[in-house]
Design a protein around this ligand. Structure first.
Ligand SMILES: C[S@@+](CC[C@H](N)C(=O)[O-])C[C@H]1O[C@@H](n2cnc3c(N)ncnc32)[C@H](O)[C@@H]1O
Length: 285
């Protein structure tokens, strides 16, 4: 187990986050932000993934290509990005989406939303961001609301695309099912949901038992597995067959299950960082 994982497995989330911020605050004093690449947050605010300018830019560009080629995102689409973090996958859309489009980013961590409102919405009025104070033991341990009670604050059939990148990998199955029911409601017929997961099936469990996967979901919980019994939301994996049934029941037709690099599958071309996790693309019937 890495030192970082050992800290996560033993410390309360706020203390872990505080300690994790220290090196990136120091690094930020010496590294110059790249210019000409759109807004880029300071390293210590990259709480939602690797703290590196290069990674931030590459991951955004990779996602934009994937949106265009695999998900079929069009320049005039309305997009809801649930768990948008600090906007790693938002910035490249600034040039791609046209003035007819709408992009809404939601997150439960206020730091990212505040930064995005100040640095993105101020210049791009079609990009808006909302903070929802939802509890997550890892990301928002003082949150007042429960995921299982979320009502997305939008009318039925509002969006062409709903995206959740590395969000369901931090949520329990019952909450995922509830989010998917809300997503199905706000999607237009023919619209698509793209979401990443850690999926378990017999083949992947066998690989994991032989220590051949990059992530070891060693702890069994109710209907899911985690890497971290202290803070299960650190990383959660769900059952593949269960998820397929949830999609079917909600009239979300899975079009692609792209198993990821974490379980030694070959990623979708050009998506080495985002398709480390498994990606499911489904269409609202
Ligand atoms: C690993 S980060 C990914 C951020 C971003 N989607 C990306 O791929 O760069 C996970 C994000 O999910 C958010 N999150 C966790 N639980 C959530 C929930 N129940 N509802 C919405 N967002 C949530 C966290 O605050 C965090 O920003």
């Amino acid at each position: 187990m890495s030192f970082k994982q050992a800290l996560k497995n033993n410390l309360p989330a706020p203390l872990f986050h505080f300690l994790r911020d220290v090196p990136s605050k120091a690094k930020g004093l010496f590294e110059t932000k790249p210019s000409g690449q759109g807004p880029i947050p300071p390293l210590h605010l990259m709480f939602d993934g690797p703290r590196s300018y290069e990674h931030f830019i590459n991951m955004g560009n990779e996602t934009l290509e994937f949106y265009k080629t695999a998900v079929g995102v069009k320049p005039a689409d309305s997009i809801l990005d649930i768990g948008c973090g600090i906007g790693r996958k938002t910035i490249p859309l600034l040039d791609y989406l046209n003035p007819e489009a709408l992009y809404v980013g939601l997150d439960i961590d206020r730091r990212g939303i505040d930064w995005l409102l100040r640095n993105v919405t101020s210049e791009n009025r079609r990009f808006v961001f909302l903070h929802l104070d939802i509890y997550n033991k890892f990301y928002n341990p003082k949150g007042a609301l429960l995921s299982s009670r979320l009502v997305l604050p939008f009318p039925d059939a509002s969006f062409d695309i709903v995206a959740l990148w590395s969000v369901f990998t931090h949520m329990f199955p019952r909450d995922i099912a509830h989010y998917l029911s809300e997503i199905s409601r706000v999607l237009k017929p023919g619209g698509r949901v793209v979401a990443s997961y850690y999926l378990l099936n017999d083949e992947i469990l066998a690989l994991m038992q032989d220590s051949k996967t990059d992530v070891n979901f060693a702890y069994q919980l109710e209907n899911c597995r985690t890497t971290n019994p202290n803070m299960p939301e650190d990383a959660l994996a769900v059952n593949d067959a269960w998820l397929r049934r949830v999609y079917e029941d909600l009239r979300l037709q899975p079009e692609q299950f792209l198993y990821g690099g974490w379980s030694k599958h070959t990623p979708y071309p050009g998506t080495d960082t985002i398709n480390l996790q498994d990606i499911v693309i489904a269409q609202k019937k």
